[in-house]
Design a protein around this ligand. Structure first.
Ligand code: ATP
Length: 357
């Protein structure tokens, strides 16, 4: 499978900058997710790779070869769209084999390939069905099979599960990941769903307004979001408005030590934000004579909610609500807190991330 690279791509629509200096390197056989809010330029990148849109400048390289000279149908790319775009008047098998007709392979080879693909998408008996006899998940699996029929070198998917309901979406995401890994095909997926990106990706690219905010493996993006935007976009976080005092972030009367500080240009009095994931916040009993230390704030529980696999406790400290989550299975480690209880909220320095702006 080939390596796909995007080098310095820019794209404008009139005076609007849709993509600003995009650089990506997708290793052979890996899956990269383009993740970001609506309008940030994800689909435009996909369309440029497919040759459906031309960049104003920059290149798309497949194993080092510039794709610019190839029209879309010669790029060896399989593409799955948000809406499955299957032909309603053809059967499932005819839809899958549609693109194979022009490749000149024999009918028996075509039938064999369709059977193989029906097995791959786990619909071995669906070949004779009409398109309107399929469920949403089945339709999406057939459109995946159709895109894979010509054994493309690159697989592109635009919001592949967005039309499905929540349960089916999760199942499809897992199936898609297993399929991509078993085929070992270099793949780019566009999504605005962070849990889809975490499930599918070897690498996540977080985008905002035509630029790349961060690229990395899912857990790196989750644990070490480089910007406030990324921290807010991936997973839930507490984002605390503080002031920098030269050494620490200050929230009301409390000092928050931060273990690693990337920005060395901070000066005393600068407004900063401290981000900490709810599962990293610790709650301590307030009545055990413990004096609040640095990174420990006194507070009052204002809201408790148990959603089965997770308990969420919101505590008000210094006019700010801080969320803490834990798994109810870990009962031994948790206090039995209720609304109105006094607590100490510990924000461990090693899990506090600092953003200045
Ligand atoms: P979504 O998740 O909503 O599909 P996206 O991140 O995929 O969003 P794009 O479809 O890449 O976003 O569009 C990026 C921006 O470029 C948007 O503001 C869109 O309106 C604009 N845009 C895209 N295609 C065109 C076009 N052909 N002409 C003018 N503007 C366009």
């Amino acid at each position: 499978m080939p390596r796909l690279q995007i080098e310095g791509v820019n794209k404008h629509f009139g005076s609007f900058t849709a993509l600003n200096d995009i650089w990506l390197d997708i290793p052979a056989g890996k899956l990269l997710c383009l993740l970001g809010p609506s309008g940030c330029g994800k689909t435009t990148i996909l369309r440029i790779i497919a040759g459906l849109e031309s960049p104003d400048s920059g290149k798309v390289l497949l194993d080092g070869n510039d794709l610019a000279i190839l029209p879309p149908h010669r790029r060896d790319i399989g593409m799955v769209f948000q809406s499955h775009a299957l032909f309603p008047h053809l059967s499932v098998a005819e839809n899958i084999s549609y693109g194979l007709r022009i490749t000149g392979i024999s009918k028996s080879e075509r039938l064999e390939r369709v059977d193989e693909l029906l097995e791959t998408i786990r619909l071995p008996d669906a070949g004779g069905k009409r398109i309107n006899q399929l469920s949403g998940g089945e339709l999406q699996r057939v459109s995946i099979a159709r895109a894979l029929a010509r054994q493309p070198r690159i697989f592109l998917l635009d919001e592949p599960t967005s039309a499905l309901d929540a349960n089916l979406r999760e199942t499809m995401q897992i199936e898609l990941r297993r399929l991509q890994q078993s085929l070992n095909i270099t793949t780019v997926v566009v999504t605005h769903d962070q849990s889809e990106a975490m499930t599918l990706a070897d690498l996540i690219v977080v985008m905002q307004a035509g630029t790349i905010e961060q690229i990395g493996p899912p857990m790196e993006i989750y644990e070490k979001p480089r910007t406030e935007f990324v921290a807010n976009f991936i997973g839930a976080t507490n984002m605390l408005n503080c002031l920098w005092d030269g050494n620490c972030a200050v929230l009301g009367n409390n000092k928050l030590n931060i273990k690693s500080i990337a920005d060395s240009s901070l000066t005393r009095g600068d407004p900063v934000k401290v981000s900490i994931r709810p599962e990293r916040v610790e709650l301590l009993a307030a009545n055990r004579g413990r004096k609040p230390d640095s990174n420990q704030l006194t507070g009052t529980v204002e809201f408790v909610r148990n959603i089965g696999n997770l308990v969420e406790i919101h505590t008000r400290c210094e006019n700010t609500s801080i969320a803490h989550t834990y798994s109810p299975q870990n009962l031994s480690t948790e206090l039995n807190l209720r609304e109105g209880d006094a607590v100490i909220v510990h924000l461990p320095a090693e899990h506090c991330l600092l953003y200045s702006k």
